[in-house]
Design a protein around this ligand. Structure first.
Ligand code: BGC
Length: 707
């Protein structure tokens, strides 16, 4: 799909011509009917001209179960189960765009099988605060990692003639007051941190649709934000597709229509009363919105229809196939992060193990649904206990103790929520007994989809449900305890980091979660996940909290930290995190050597090619994500200490070495100058570093960039 008008292919030109012809035949009433929902997840086509309805569904965890046309009540069909995909931060932890592509292909095949034209995914808002209730749904704190995954996910989805709907545009980083919070943000932070992944998804992924966010940015709601929608998205980036509102996120008729919204979704009340229904018709009649603006919106919607349900080559779609199970297994397997393996307990050598105590509610918990927001009616979901039993149950005595109760609902009162965090002495004592009488304990804790949820932010970083007390008691009873944490966002796990020897981080990891976890524990899979966000040692260390700008006051969140989000803040301010961005161990070890760039001095516009040798120096085959960071030395323009500019995941057997090539451009080093109002390269010396995490830098070199 080519973007610029003069570079259009002939088939694109033919489509545009057909669309123009259709638009000419439509009455104003028919056009208006296409610009707002006609049900919860669809909008009108034009029957008399053979234009079908446009149908959509959530994303991003898989294709949501069917709800009523006009109500959120599930229809309880026998035909709407689907594959449940690992959550967004799990995907980001794989650092593997090929898996993101596969995610897109697979989920889109399921969408097709369920007759959906638009998948409301992927979602990749920047993780600005670890407390954001949707951190689990989003990818990372880094715009470059976000962008690489978003491009691939979009391309994968659209390879099946299903439209991706990238969301939520833009700067939607908290759930507290999400409908009304006004984010006050400078253009530099906007352009350098919050917009790049959207830009990449549009210009490189060629996303067909985009969802505007609930919040307000610099005084205008995102669904009627002229700067974001008209100037940047449709103007600068040349977006040809459609902008839909988030559900209930439209707030006006004339402003929204003139400022870039194309399709109103999820509003309340009779459909004819919606902003983009009769009121829009009347606004056109009154001359407040021109019919040209309406035609352009209809054109965009038809353009999406012509690339999906009316695309020339139609694909059949498929759902819940063995291939789909493999796709989610592969993602889950590469997402698991090994945080600590002090005594090389992992991978487990089961030869001397006769009994294992599997402890913790998360060992039997499923995560496909829960809380507020989209879930999936999973065809199946393998829990940790099931995965462990299926791998070892024949030879080893595997027993379970719940250890704690995850008794928490989003609609609980503050008191009930607090009570849910009390340890349960009876369950703890059962767990301790079992741990004492087993060779080994695998403790599955963390949170769940009720605790991390859309529409609310967490209050703090504490582990919920009295889990720390359980960990302490079980570890004291049996030091041979492996802690597995399943959650989608950072938590305060300092005590576990200090007191436990073996710690794994898993996620809300999809239909195959338990199998992938078991295969990591027992060594079939060598973990290769790397954290996609910083775990702060204290909440107040993290920028939005250090500057007291979360959740904001008087409906305003002033993003005072500017571009210093995530590790950019921690590194620049020299604050030691609990776990840094990009962190993750392996069962094997990797040696980095011979790092160099193709030149030492570059002119603006030139490409930089960095090479190094990575050797697997341990006993196991494994995968390593080589991360390349760039930092301007003696920056006069407030650049962060370092920024991720390239990465590559490579696979090696023991003793094997691979040459890794990482390419980027000098223009990738530009910052956005608010004075000059353009991307600008600060001339001078840059430190280029490669490492296994943002703080495990193995080799560096200095280059000079002239302008
Ligand atoms: C969410 C969107 C979702 C929509 C439809 C909204 O509440 O913010 O991400 O796509 O609901 O379910």
């Amino acid at each position: 799909m080519l973007r610029s008008a003069n570079a259009q292919t002939s088939s694109e030109k033919a489509i545009d011509k057909k669309i123009d012809h259709i638009v000419k035949q439509l009455t104003l009433k028919e056009k208006i009917a296409m610009l707002h929902g006609n049900a919860l997840f669809s909008s009108d086509g034009v029957k008399r001209l053979g234009i079908p309805e446009l149908t959509c569904d959530d994303g991003p965890l898989g294709v949501r179960e069917e709800v009523g046309r006009y109500s959120w009540t599930p229809l309880k069909l026998k035909t709407d189960s689907a594959t449940y995909f690992p959550n967004g931060s799990a995907m980001a932890a794989t650092w593997n765009p090929a898996l993101a592509y596969q995610y897109g292909v697979t989920m889109a095949q399921e969408a097709l099988a369920r007759h959906k034209n638009i998948l409301l995914a992927p979602a990749f808002n920047i993780c600005r605060t670890p407390l954001c209730g949707r951190t689990y749904e989003y990818y990372s704190e880094d715009p470059f990692l976000n962008a690489q995954l978003a491009i691939s996910a979009v391309k994968g989805i659209q390879s099946q003639h299903v439209a991706a709907c990238v969301k939520h545009f833009a700067v939607n980083n908290q759930e507290t007051m999400r409908d009304s919070i006004n984010v006050v943000i400078g253009e530099r932070a906007l352009r350098e941190i919050y917009l790049p992944a959207f830009k990449a998804a549009i210009q490189q992924g060629h996303a067909y649709s985009l969802m505007s966010a609930y919040n307000v940015v610099n005084g205008a709601h995102c669904s009627e934000n002229d700067f974001l929608l008209n100037k940047i998205l449709k103007g600068e980036w040349g977006f040809k597709g459609l902008v839909m509102s988030d559900w209930g996120g439209t707030h006006s008729t004339v402003n929204a229509a003139n400022n870039g919204l194309d399709l109103e979704m999820g509003s309340k009340g009779p459909y004819s009363n919606w902003y983009f229904a009769d009121p829009l018709y009347n606004a056109v009649k009154a001359g407040q919105v021109s019919e040209r603006v309406i035609d352009e919106k209809v054109h965009r919607i038809l353009w999406v229809i012509f690339h999906t349900s009316m695309a020339e080559h139609q694909l059949p779609g498929s759902i819940n196939t063995p291939g789909h199970s493999k796709a989610v297994y592969d993602m889950a397997a590469e997402s698991i992060v090994l945080l600590k393996n002090q005594n090389h307990t992992l991978p487990l050598n089961t030869a001397n193990i006769k009994s294992i105590a599997v402890i913790g509610d998360n060992a039997i918990h499923t995560f496909a649904t829960g809380g507020y927001g989209a879930g999936v009616k999973a065809k199946y979901e393998i829990t940790a206990l099931q995965g462990i039993k299926s791998r070892l149950g024949k030879d080893i005595n595997i027993r379970f103790a719940q250890g704690y109760k995850a008794n928490y609902k989003t609609n609980y009162t503050a008191q009930q929520k607090e009570n849910a965090n009390n340890p349960n002495p009876v369950l703890i004592s059962e767990a301790v007994d079992l741990a004492k009488n087993s060779d080994l304990a695998i403790l599955c804790i963390g949170s769940n989809r009720d605790y991390e949820s859309e529409n609310s932010d967490r209050k703090n970083l504490n582990l919920p449900f009295g889990e720390q007390e359980l960990v302490n008691a079980v570890t004291a009873a049996n030091p041979n305890t492996i802690v597995v944490i399943m959650a989608g966002a950072p938590y305060d796990i300092a005590d576990i980091k200090n007191n436990n020897n073996t710690v794994l981080w898993s996620w809300f990891n999809g239909s195959e979660a338990g199998n992938a976890l078991a295969d990591v524990l027992f060594g079939k899979i060598n973990p290769s996940g790397k954290l996609p966000f910083t775990f702060p040692a204290h909440l107040d260390d993290s920028p939005a909290h250090a500057l007291h700008t979360f959740p904001g006051e008087n409906l305003t969140a002033d993003y005072k930290e500017g571009i210093l989000v995530g590790y950019r803040w921690f590194d620049t301010k020299n604050i030691e995190p609990l776990y840094c961005f990009g962190y993750g161990l392996s069962y094997t070890s990797f040696k980095y050597s011979a790092f160099k760039t193709n030149k030492k001095r570059y002119k603006t516009g030139e490409h930089i090619s960095a090479t190094l040798l990575v050797n697997n120096t341990g006993k196991y085959a494994g995968k390593e994500t080589v991360q390349l960071y760039v930092g301007k030395l003696n920056s006069k323009t407030g650049q962060p200490e370092k920024q991720l500019k390239a990465f590559k995941k490579v696979s090696m057997i023991p003793e094997q070495g691979v040459q890794v090539v990482l390419r980027f451009k000098t223009t990738d080093l530009a910052y956005f100058s608010e004075d000059l109002h353009k991307w600008t390269i600060e001339p001078g010396e840059y430190k280029i570093s490669v490492g296994s995490s943002s703080r495990d830098i193995r080799q560096s070199t200095i280059i000079t960039v002239a302008n």
